[in-house]
Design a protein around this ligand. Sequence first.
Ligand code: NAD
Length: 245
Amino acid sequence: TRIRPSSKRCAVIGGSGFLGRHLVEKLLGKGYTVSVFDIRQSYELPGVTFHQGDLCDKQALLTALQGVSLVFHCASPAPASDDKALFQRVNIQGTHTVLQACTEAGVQKVVLTSSASVVFEGTDIKDGREDLPYAKKPIDYYTETKIEQEKLVLKACDKEKGLLTVAIRPHGIFGPRDPQLVPILVDTARRGNMKFIIGDGSNLVDFTFVDNVVHGLILSAESLRPESPICGKAYHITNDEPVRF
Ligand code: NAD
C-alpha cells in the first residue's frame, strides 16, 4: 500500500550530518514530520524516524521516501577526502539514484545543498551572481562532482512530471557542532601553523552561520511551486559581507 504524500512530510538525506541535523531540528520546530536517511545514525530525537542506508541503494531510499513529498539532499563524502571514485559514486551516481527514487515514490520537491565552490576558478569572487558559469577547472574532485550533482538535480526539474527542484550554494558553514571548519582552524593555530599567509592577506572567503543556511533551505522548499521562478535554479547563500582571510 502506498501512503499519500503529505506536504508536511519530509526526508533529510544526510540528516545525521552537521548541516542535516540543524535542518532536522528546525523542521521539527516548524511542524514537519521528518525522516532521516543516512549511512550512519549519530543521534536520537523524538519525532524523527531514522533509516540507515546508502543513498546509492534505490530500494533502501524507496522505503524511506514512502509518503514523503519533500526531500532535502544534504549528504556528501567529506570534502577533504581525495577518493575520486567515492565522490563519483555518491555525488553523481548516488544523486541520479536519489532522483529516480524520488520520481518513483511520488516526491514533489527536491532541495539540494550544493556549494559555492561550483563557480570558483581560483580567483576571488565578490558580489558573485548565480549566472556565473560553472568552474571549468574545479579545484578538487569534491567540487567537480558537486557541479555534476547540481546539474543533475536542476535538470530533473519537470513541472509536467510534478517534480520541482532547487539548489542552495553555501560556502563555509559554521555553528554549534561544526566538526570541520572551526575545529580545524583552531587546531592548526594551536600547532603554530597559522603564521603563514597564502597570498597577500586579502584573499576573500565566505562563511555562513548554519541557521542561515537552514533558513535558506526551508524558504526555498516552501517557495517551490510550479509557477515559482526559483524552479530548477541555484542560489548562493551568505550572511552578508565576505571575510578577508
Ligand atoms: P557532514 O559530513 O557533517 O554530513 C554529511 C552526511 O552525509 C553525513 O552524516 C554522512 O554520513 C552522510 N553520507 C555520506 N555519504 C552517504 C551515503 N553514501 N549515503 C547516505 N548518507 C551519506 O557534512 P555537512 O557539513 O553537514 O555537509 C552537508 C552538505 O552541505 C553536503 O552536501 C556538503 O557538500 C554541503 N556543503 C557543506 C559546507 C560546509 O562548510 N560544511 C559548505 C558547502 C556545502
